[in-house]
Design a protein around this ligand. Structure first.
Ligand code: PGA
Length: 259
């Protein structure tokens, strides 16, 4: 566990209007800036809102991130956004989110290329991994998640460790209201850490942070952030409600205040 928690707010393809996006970021700002020594908050809005939100966040402790990036720097890649374009105003990028794997056909190889490109462009990365429900039911979580970690970090080295975060998000828990049993989350996060250690060395792996994600809300966040080896949460749906996200930040700060 790092001395402060990381709470990442993944807004996904919401809100639809710029005004609502600005209202949301202003709504979560007071709590998100209240205890920066205990909780680091990073917000991941859709691409079109990044610039406007960067202006609101300027001079605050809250960091900004993109939900995806491409692996090339420039060129004939219609519709793609390069990490070099993002680094002017973003500090973070998410790679390998299960919705991109499921709806956009992202493979482990693409996730590895995006992760490496983002790191090479001075961005910090949250790389998402997680098993499908059929994997969970078949007891294959360890095999699937370990495989995604190994493949996704194929181009990474120990030098990347301080800017690398792995989010364990069981796919069956995302947006379903069925958050994972903390014991299952703990065991899987422990295995993720062991795998990262095998890849980049135990010393460097200690600097890599591991998050839990999947139906995190104000009522269950405590059970995850108090887990040993858990460095925070990736929050989707609950980050779209300023009041709910405020409570999530407050609960997390209270847990970390007692560590
Ligand atoms: P959720 O999403 O909190 O709505 O389950 C988490 C995520 O997909 O990052």
């Amino acid at each position: 566990m790092s001395p402060k928690a990381l709470l990442a707010a993944n807004w996904k393809m919401n809100p639809v209007n710029a005004g609502d996006a600005l209202d949301l970021v202003k709504g979560v700002l007071p709590a998100s800036t209240a205890k920066p020594e205990l909780v680091e908050v990073a917000i991941f809005p859709p691409f079109p809102w990044l610039l406007g939100i960067a202006e609101v966040l300027e001079g605050t402790t809250v960091k900004l991130g993109a939900q995806d990036c491409f692996w090339e720097i420039s060129g004939a890649y219609t519709g793609e956004v390069s990490p070099a374009m993002l680094k002017g105003w973003c500090q973070w990028v998410i790679t390998g989110h299960s919705e991109r794997r499921a709806y956009l056909g992202e493979t482990d190889d693409m996730v590895a290329r995006k992760t490496a490109a983002a790191l090479a462009n001075d961005l910090s990365v949250i790389m998402c991994v997680g098993e499908l429900d059929e994997h969970y039911d078949a007891g294959r979580t360890a095999e699937v998640v370990t495989g995604q970690v190994r493949a996704g970090l194929a181009n990474c080295s120990a030098d990347d460790s301080a800017r690398l975060v792995i989010a364990y998000e069981p796919v069956w828990a995302i947006g379903s209201g069925k958050s994972a049993d903390p014991e299952h989350a703990y065991k899987t996060m422990r295995m993720i850490r062991k795998t990262v250690g095998e890849l980049i060395g135990a010393g460097a792996a200690r600097k890599v942070r591991v998050l839990y994600g999947g139906s995190v809300n104000a009522s269950n966040v405590e059970a995850y952030v108090e887990l040993p080896l858990c460095d925070g949460c990736l929050v989707g749906g609950a980050s779209l409600n300023a009041e709910e996200f405020t409570k999530i930040v407050e609960v997390t700060a209270a847990v970390y205040a007692h560590l």
